[in-house]
Design a protein around this ligand. Sequence first.
Ligand code: TYD
Length: 197
Amino acid sequence: MFITLEGVDGSGKTTQTALLCDALGPLTVRIREPGGTPAAEGIRKILADPGTPLDPVAELLLFCAARADLVSRVIRPALGSGQNVVCDRFVDSTIAYQGVARDLGIVRVRDLNDAATSGLAPDLTLLIDVDPEQGLGRAMSDDRFEAEGLIFQQKVAAAYDDIARREPERVVVIDGTGTPEEVHGRVMAAVNQRLAA
Ligand code: TYD
């Protein structure tokens, strides 16, 4: 099964990804986007540095380039060998951040991602829902997106809500408030329900 976790900066996704992978067992492949291959980790360094000026379309293409390498060299082979793959962010992040918050257009972002992933979609997406203001308060780094501030994060949150409304069979909204253990309990309920289906 291919599971992705999504949410605004500081939503606690990364903690939840780790807890979920532990729960699914040692054969689970855990990935954080952008990253997961040597080339994608190199791209991550460029994207993460707020001191590197970057045209918004170049930014979009770098996310897609990193994802293309990750999908073909890691995710597809792992799924093909029967492993579970859990990815901290995937295409929905690019729709929300670049397509909506950066206003590059959802259709363009979707088309580029179809090329990058050769149409691979998650079986289940867990949207960790927290108030963007609360998320920014929790975010530990100061990357180029956190530096954009609250209005940007609110646009990202609205875009995620829209995705969840349009694709209720794939996207499960998880209440991200409470302790990590409480949120993990909600995550596992959603995953187990999907595994039983
Ligand atoms: P990261 O340190 O992974 O943040 P987080 O722990 O909040 O996920 O940095 C990833 C940043 O890149 C994050 O601010 C979201 C952004 N991002 C995009 O804008 N588009 C994308 O396609 C992806 C994967 C991430």
